[in-house]
Write a protein that binds this ligand. Sequence first.
Ligand code: BCO
Length: 565
Amino acid sequence: TKPPIRSFHRHHQLWTAMTPADFEAINRCDRPLPKNFNFAGDVLDQWSQKEKTGERPANPALWWVNGKGDEVKWSFRELSSLSKKAANVFTKSCGLQRGDRVIVILPRIPEWWLINVACMRTGLVFIPGTIQLTAKDILYRLQASKAKCIVISEEVAPVVESVLSECPNLKNKVLVSAHSWNGWLSFQELFQSASEEHSCVETGSQEPMAIYFTSGTTGFPKMAQHSQSSLGIGYALCGRYWLDLKSSDIIWNMSDTGWIKAAIGSVFSSWLHGACVFVHRMAQFDTDTFLNTLTTYPITHLCSAPTVYRMLVQKDLKRYKFKKLRHCLTGGEPLNPEVLEQWKEQTGLELYEGYGQTEVGIICANQKGQEIKPGSMGKGVLPYNVQVIDEKGNILPPGKEGDIAIRLKSTRPFCFFSEYVDNPEKTADTIRGDFYVTGDKGLMDRDGYFWFVGRADDVIISSGYRIGPFEVESALIEHPAVVESAVVSSPDPIRGEVVKAFVVLSAPYKSSNPEKLILELQDHVKKSTAPYKYPRKVEFVQELPKTITGKIKRNVLRDQEWGRI
Ligand code: BCO
């Protein structure tokens, strides 16, 4: 019989200590999932206790810099007390209640981490968004989620202002800024006067914790909902074996605050293992600043998209002496074996690729201690049972290409997303027989390593971003020059693939200067939807390939781009 998991009863708010080993045991299915779990109370406050008793090294929990000389360092104790104050801002000053949804669109500033933890403490559902979101994107997110509160920085204040009249559910608008704005609650002011006394809500393990908007082939982004335990406990083994983290480590995960990769690398895996999360607020990505940061700070772990490594290996890396770097990670898009080799040759460090998606987190990884096969995404990560299946849901033998899928029956992995909110059809569409289908094609070799082949649908994975063609086509059609368009992926040596738009022009624009018109259309898309989606390539065509029923055949254009026809 399995040993009973340590008591999870809480007496007078004294939260019993679960160790990282306990959480790892839950991921191995050696221990049951506790009924209640709260990452703030069960993990962060425990590290805070360990700091008091000297059981954790003296490195900070959060170390933030902005390259202009500003620096913030918080211990777990400070994180605990500051996030309790922030929790009171939301419950007392804003009157929000457990289960209410909060959209948070902030750049990489310390308040993002504080507000994230405050939402955990209060049971508020955290909905992050990248600051690249435009007015249309934000309106869609506010309406779809029925969020009661939005927290933003000055960068997006004007665009949010422009859509507020269409969001009747929104009760609170909170601005994180040194300046005050008419009609907005000032987070800083409320925070200053908030109490440090706060009792962490005893959330259920399966209670909603966060919602991520994620793009698909059709329609606007869906709301993938995660539970307290899927994010809070689900990355324990990933943190141990892929990230190889200990409490003395300092991890720099570059991902924007809007993506689940920020949650994995800059919140849950790292803090579960008591490591320090390093953040550099770079307004614009720049390889020199990036490399200098690694030579200046004692960063031990680096996690970045393959596109970043592709950009870095263009430089003479041997000129840089990284201070403490010992473990490098990548994910979000496929990594080419050449880049892995070049990185290793120039830095002496391996590159550990992980594979996953918003709905399921990390499901395959090259884990510490396992041989790395360049070009492979590594092996399945527990508790997931990852397989390659055929169209009928049968498991395919090693070497056979099919759909990468996760076994859901008879036991649904707890770290799996709960659903696409308000979209049972789309949730059901992901299930085939006993499996959840990722939408990616791949194969597994005889040694259990997975190899990525490509998307099974029209989704574009560019620089680590997941881009739905429909969203770009919808933006393009708003321009008077565009009669119709088809958006597909096109190969790119740095970004892996980029967005390419095939456009049929309206009569008045047929004689326009093509270079000027391309720039105009690109600029238009950047204003209509998040700029990372803009078509980096545009081709004007007389007509688009279509089926007899008039449906655009994106696959024909994509195959043409990739030289497959
Ligand atoms: O390259 P361009 O200059 O032509 O265009 C860039 C920006 O300049 C432009 N832009 C941004 N804000 C704008 C704007 N234009 C007009 N107005 C504005 N307000 O838009 C383009 C944005 O492209 P970008 O974000 O790729 O920029 P950049 O600087 O080239 O960054 C390169 C990377 C590699 C740093 C960036 O692409 C990146 O961070 N990629 C990683 C994304 C990521 O973290 N993905 C993980 C998702 S979670 C996941 O995959 C699940 C795995 C478990």
